[in-house]
Design a binder for this molecule. Structure first.
Ligand SMILES: [Zn+2]
Length: 284
């Protein structure tokens, strides 16, 4: 079954708000691989006409797996707000994921990694997590994307590469070749511009609705109502922009486990995808 791409609505339109993911724990000592060969992260094959492939969710029929994803938004203009004390990170959320042993994928902007390099490095070194790319400064790759400023087409690829450079400079040694468009907004032009980068665009099929939501029960109910086998859930790890997310996670995780779901990273869902059940890019 081919799942046609849908226009994604109600997402991380955090033009004014920025999320951040953090940790208040020291970096964990990663197990030292003795002779582990470098493994290449799974990606989807290019879409029609060689366009960047788009992944929305994993297989529906291969077990009850679900991937929680957390966007770490931050724009270049938010430095002064961070300097004034606004917290775009969310150490407690990361601590909770660790305490609950929930694998997760963090889509991190380069700007966030610059603001919180210790946290970026800690998340990047923790095998519980994988870090992927959410642009450098959370500018949209299409016009009319929740009011976000726009990256010109000729600068889309360099914006993505600038984000990877910032992640690596912060100490995220191996960011994943996955890219989440700011606001989830993309079109054929954007998919084409990123083709040379070799990334897989990662969308979602469950919107957590945590942006600016203050009631964790609202977020938990929405996620629990939407999750199906193979789902990708989009949430934010931003203390100021997503204040209820950490509490919602403490409800969501035990409930989904009670229902038999296993939490995985996006890479595991992509690896499980096959040509018979994956998403594909469509011109819009
Ligand atoms: Zn975002």
């Amino acid at each position: 079954m081919i799942i046609l791409l849908r226009r994604v609505t109600a997402v991380c339109a955090l033009s004014a708000v920025l999320a951040a993911c953090g940790t208040d724990r020291p970096p964990q000592a990663a197990p030292t691989p003795v002779s582990a060969p470098p493994s290449r992260p799974p990606t989807l094959a290019p879409g029609p006409a060689g366009l960047t492939p788009v992944f929305e969710h994993g297989p529906r029929t291969r077990g009850r797996t679900v991937a929680l994803t957390f966007d770490a938004d931050m724009t270049a203009g938010q430095g002064p707000r961070a300097a004034a004390g606004e917290r775009f990170d969310h150490p407690r959320l990361i601590s909770t994921l660790r305490a609950l042993k929930v694998p997760a994928t963090v889509f991190m902007t380069g700007r966030w990694a610059e603001q919180y390099p210790d946290q970026a490095r800690s998340i990047g070194r923790d095998p519980l997590f994988e870090v992927a790319n959410h642009s450098y400064s959370h500018y949209a790759y299409t016009r009319d994307c929740y009011g976000l400023p726009t990256v010109p087409e000729e600068r889309m690829r360099s914006d993505l590469e600038r984000a990877y450079a910032a992640l690596r400079k912060a100490g995220v040694a191996d960011p994943m070749p996955y890219f989440r468009f700011p606001g989830g907004c993309y079109d054929r032009r954007a998919l084409k511009a990123l083709t040379p980068a070799g990334v897989t665009a990662v969308q979602w099929d469950v919107v957590g609705g945590d942006a600016f939501e203050t009631d964790p029960d609202v977020v938990a109910r929405q996620v629990l109502a939407g999750v199906r086998p193979g789902s990708v859930v989009v949430l934010h790890c931003t203390r100021s922009a997503a204040p209820a997310t950490e509490r919602a996670v403490r409800t969501i995780v035990p409930e989904l486990r009670r229902e038999g779901f296993r939490f995985v990273k996006v890479s595991e869902l992509i690896a499980a995808a096959d040509s018979g059940e994956r998403t594909r890019p469509e011109a819009r």
